[in-house]
Write a protein that binds this ligand. Sequence first.
Ligand SMILES: *Cc1c(COP(=O)(O)O)cnc(C)c1O
Length: 359
Amino acid sequence: MKFDGRWFLNFASYSYLGLIGHDYIDQRALDAVERHGTGAHGVRLLAGTLHLHRELELALARFLGAEDAIVYSSGYMANVATVGALVGPGDVIIGDVYNHASILDGYRLSGADVITYAHNDLADLERALKKAGDAGRLVVTDAVFSMDGDVADLPGIVELCERYDAPLMVDEAHSLGVLGDTGRGITEHFGLDPDRVDVKMGTLSKTVPSAGGYVAGSRDLIFALKNNARGWMFSAAATPAQIAAAKAAIEVIEAAPERVRELRARTTRYRERLRALGFDTLTGETPVVPVICGSAEQAGAMARLCQLDGLFVQPIVYPAVPRTLPRLRTIVNLDHSEADLDTAVDVLEKAGRACGLLP
Ligand SMILES: *Cc1c(COP(=O)(O)O)cnc(C)c1O
């Protein structure tokens, strides 16, 4: 990518499968603009629904193994409006302490009580479920945590939710097209029946190179959301180009699952090389590869040195992550060739030695 007149290797993008600029996806978006123009005519319930919207919802539902789906105008909106619609005052939301900001904003909108549990900690989740008693409950977790790159312990979470009869919502923003043998996400990753996650949320702005968010689930759930989720009912439909691009991207992912496997292979080699040099990359197994630094200043210095050498990476510090774990966050995507990954490792090694992170 080009920035300030210079070329950089972009290790900060969420376009995991490198689909931004994919010919087929671009062409479907252009066709949609030619046929329908750029606007959406209003909200979905009135004049905003084109056949394209329903086709995308049905394509997502089929891809994810659900009965139906609802598409929102952003991933942020999908979380806020869905949580806000499913629980209310007197109910209890139980969520991982690292859940995404859009989920937290949904808590506030809902007016429900909130119990957070320690990150990915099943014992603490069980404590929360016991404490919630028989109030209406909703358990919510990210599938992949975007700062650490680790994966939620879904088999354990599902088992607890079933034992305590609590519905489960999972945010697949960083796992759609990334986890599982064919990119279907966290249930495929763990070999679980997708039905065991009641509310399957995701975004169309990361691996899927568009904008928008979705929830997939039972017909009853989608009907309820289309009649209660205010961020869907009272905000304009996503535009034809966004929707056509998203649907084309799902087709591409489905037709070429080897992309998902190739991303995993490249990520694994990259992470192993960083670990072998002595970097702490935490315990993740996804394309989000953090490089833990000794201080916020060191994370800033690492980012500056890398950028001087043409590697675009960002430092992440408190309050986005705990004060004790400042880091540089690097993200692998399929636009990176093997040579690009080698270059990134060399640049990181040089920066690490220059600022004392490596001996
Ligand atoms: C990015 C993200 C969202 C929001 O999606 P947008 O499409 O950017 O609005 C929601 N949840 C998680 C975990 C995310 O990373």
